[in-house]
Design a protein around this ligand. Structure first.
Ligand SMILES: [Zn+2]
Length: 203
């Protein structure tokens, strides 16, 4: 089972237009409340960000890997931006923003601190869970087909605790998630199978 089928390894960051970058620069120092600004520029930025993230992530949640087609699509701050105990300085960093489902973002991750060791340079921070851009998921978790729980997820032998924490935080090893993954594969298989023309059948 190829892990990229399940867990996203983001290799490209969304390129934000110069106009939006210039606008964001004028907002410094950043405060969490800026995210809710109703200016046209902010709307344009958030729209282009989400569009690019969905394209890069193939319309899938960065944490659970499930399709975002029929789920609410959040622009998720990996390191959270909350005014209290948050890291507002990173709130517009392209390497800190991903698309996720509402459940993973709001119900499971919430405002948990995922920074292990802070550094003012975001790329030099260390994290408690798998970072979608800086980490290679294969180093920390693996998906195994099994009979009772068809797509089981476990930490790798070399996992330093990051894989275990990622599985725990996003409840990747629950029966429900295993079933969701099977359902997702079935949909993909149906779309790519030689019988896919059945979908076009009209009596
Ligand atoms: Zn999710």
């Amino acid at each position: 089972m190829i892990i990229s089928d399940w867990y996203l390894n983001i290799k490209v960051l969304p390129s934000i237009s110069k106009k939006s970058i210039d606008y964001l620069t004028t907002l410094k120092p950043f405060k969490a409340s800026l995210w809710e600004l109703k200016t046209d520029e902010m709307k344009v930025y958030k729209k282009e960000l989400l569009e690019k993230l969905l394209k890069i992530q193939n319309n899938r949640c960065v944490y659970c890997g499930l399709s975002l087609s029929r789920r609410s699509q959040d622009r998720e701050h990996f390191v959270h931006k909350a005014a209290k105990k948050g890291y507002q300085e990173f709130m517009f960093n392209s390497d800190n923003l991903f698309a996720s489902c509402e459940f993973c973002n709001r119900r499971l991750k919430g405002q948990k601190n995922v920074i292990n060791q802070y550094n003012a340079d975001y790329s030099k921070c260390t994290f408690k869970i798998i970072h979608p851009f800086y980490d290679l998921p294969d180093n920390y978790i693996q998906f195994i087909p099994s009979k009772n729980k068809p797509i089981k997820v476990i930490p790798t032998k070399t996992d330093c605790g990051k894989g275990k924490e990622t599985i725990r935080m996003f409840e990747l090893d629950t029966f429900v998630m295993a079933q969701e993954r099977i359902g997702f594969i079935a949909q993909l298989d149906l779309l790519t199978s030689p019988f896919s023309n059945i979908l076009q059948y009209k009596p």
